[in-house]
Ligand binder design. Sequence first.
Ligand code: DAH
Length: 347
Amino acid sequence: MSQINQVLQEGQQAISQAETLEALDEVKNKYLSKKGIVSSLMGQLKDLDNEQKKDFGQQVNQIKQALLQAYNEQLRLLEEKALAVRLQQEKINIELPGVSFKKHQLHPLTIVQQEIEDLFTSLGYEVMEGPEVELDYYNFERANIPANHPARDMQDTFYINETTLLRTHTTAIQTRALEANAHKETLKVICPGKVYRKDDDDATHSHQFVQIEGLVVGKGVSMANLKHTLLTLAQAMFGQDRKIRLRPSYFQFTEPSVEVDVSCHVCNGDGCSMCKQTGWIEILGAGMVHPDVLSMAGFDPEKVSGFAFGCGVERIAMLKYHMDDIRHFYQNDLKFLKQFTNFEGGK
Ligand code: DAH
């Protein structure tokens, strides 16, 4: 019995003196492992008679539990100590000056595009996109511009082969949207995208630019709906005081067709250099979707009608930001781009 007590005392002492987790582990091995001191005490059982066995066994079990408990307590203590040391070492000085990251900014064209998309999605329109490498069929044919028609000269086209081209206008998305929705009664889409024309780049021309097409089809859709929609767009882009005026025009895919002017947002219509002293600035083309365009896509022009409009995003951005050269958008000059300090969402 005194041997057992001695083991207990020595074991407890060794445990409480272990100052590191490694040292504690060693003590545990020495006393409590399979080949440890407690196990070897158990080994002595076989030399005892039955009466003694019971007592001895119980005692050994008790000191085993006592040592385990001491071990667990010491382990918790050492772990707490180690954690405290780590917390101290890894302490963060929240008063150190921070590192300032460069915030990303949206490209001005993205800002304007998103503003227009936000406006129209808030009015229940869906955003639809289409391929930039497009079939002649959707870009021209379905827009009522057949092969060899002189109207094709109006748009100098990058052809890839006889049937494929880089789309010259987002009206190509309009014709696809019509076809995809011919089975429906109504359609309200806004179609943004890059378009390409064989233009020589100068202050107002770019061989690649961005357009946004709007398209609404349904029963009784009228010119009055178009006019109201365009006024909403003009006011969202250039201020609530803006007025619009429609001038007769010609596009192959609309009948009647109009060109839309907005009252000048710089001089409020009095005349200035921005509006070339006229008080008005042309912003986009529009019209009622031509019945042939509707029927080619599978709609019945006897039952439904539609309006469409197409605007250049660069043009709107240049007017909004008072820019005089379209090439700024494509030169990746940080000094230029950093002026547009909008954050995500473009608002
Ligand atoms: N597609 C024309 C262009 O690129 C713009 C346009 C005019 C689109 C009238 C339309 C529209 O949807 O109705 O010049």
